[in-house]
Design a protein around this ligand. Structure first.
Ligand code: SF4
Ligand code: SF4
Length: 259
């Protein structure tokens, strides 16, 4: 499912440096006996060491292939063989199709590293890198998600008050402990409570460790008299230092405004 080979195939042209079998030097290929002449034949001794070494199981001598991940293992395998048969290394090497084709015709290989395609890619890379740096520099030091309880959606307390349960996931993207203050807006008289802390009508304070996400269970209780609708729009407002985030949610009360 990896899309990289398709992308790589679309990006390359005949002047791209890639793992290449230099057929101008390797052909005609064939087995070689020690002491035999190299005249009239290529350097490839058809040993298949490059095919055996390839993790993708391809034969690079058939030309550039989409499956090639440019790992270079075939280069090392072939260089070892070239050393053993006392021929120059680099029968498989980083080269361009245009250079191999030129040498095959007896022309001098020309390498064009700067061309419209490489300039366009460099510009695109600089643009994307700039976007990433800008994103990193301007990202919020805090991220908050709210999940409301679904079962039950609300609880009617003994005194008639209505309670809704939520789980807040607060991410601290800094390298310092973060003190987050959680407030609830939109429902008159609401008080907040989290396990281990007393209920408060103000903001709850929790500490989130550096580079951690903390799940905070928050129970919001409101007097039924103040609930005008069965489904009240509300919001959690979380503040930490200069950062603040407001996350919309709902406060459910079923048959509201009745005790
Ligand atoms: S570079 Fe790697 S994947 Fe490509 S042909 Fe050589 S060994 Fe195979
Ligand atoms: S390892 Fe080198 S010599 Fe052996 S088959 Fe591959 S290209 Fe030819």
């Amino acid at each position: 499912m990896c899309p990289w080979p398709r992308i790589q195939g679309a990006m390359l042209d005949e002047h791209s440096l890639q793992v290449t079998y230099r057929f101008d030097r390797g052909e005609p290929r064939g087995p070689h006996k020690k002491g035999a002449t190299w005249a009239g034949r290529g350097d490839c001794i058809d040993c298949n060491a490059c095919v055996v070494a390839c993790p993708m199981g391809i034969d690079i001598r058939n030309g550039p292939q989409l499956e090639c991940i440019n790992c270079g293992l075939c280069i090392d395998a072939c260089d070892e063989i070239m050393l053993k048969v006392e021929r120059p290394k680099g029968l498989i090497a980083y080269d361009t199709d245009a250079a191999v084709a030129a040498r095959s015709k007896g022309d001098k290989a020309v390498y064009r590293l700067v061309r419209p395609r490489t300039l366009y890619y460099a510009a695109a890379l600089a643009f994307v890198s700039g976007l990433m740096v800008w994103g990193l520099m301007t990202r919020s030091p805090m991220d908050v998600h709210v999940l409301r309880d679904r079962n039950p959606t609300f609880v009617r307390m003994q005194d008639g008050d209505i309670r809704n349960g939520y789980t807040l996931k607060i991410a601290n993207r800094t390298f310092q402990p973060m003190q987050a203050h959680i407030a609830f807006e939109g429902v008159a008289g609401a008080s907040l409570k989290t396990p281990g802390m007393d209920a408060t009508s103000g903001a709850l304070s929790v500490t989130v460790e550096p580079n951690q996400i903390r799940a905070v269970r928050v129970l919001v209780t409101a007097p039924a008299d103040g609930l005008l609708h069965a489904n009240m729009p509300a919001a959690f407002v979380v503040r930490a230092g200069d950062a603040d985030q407001s996350i919309e949610t709902t406060f459910l009360s079923g048959a509201a405004n009745t005790r």
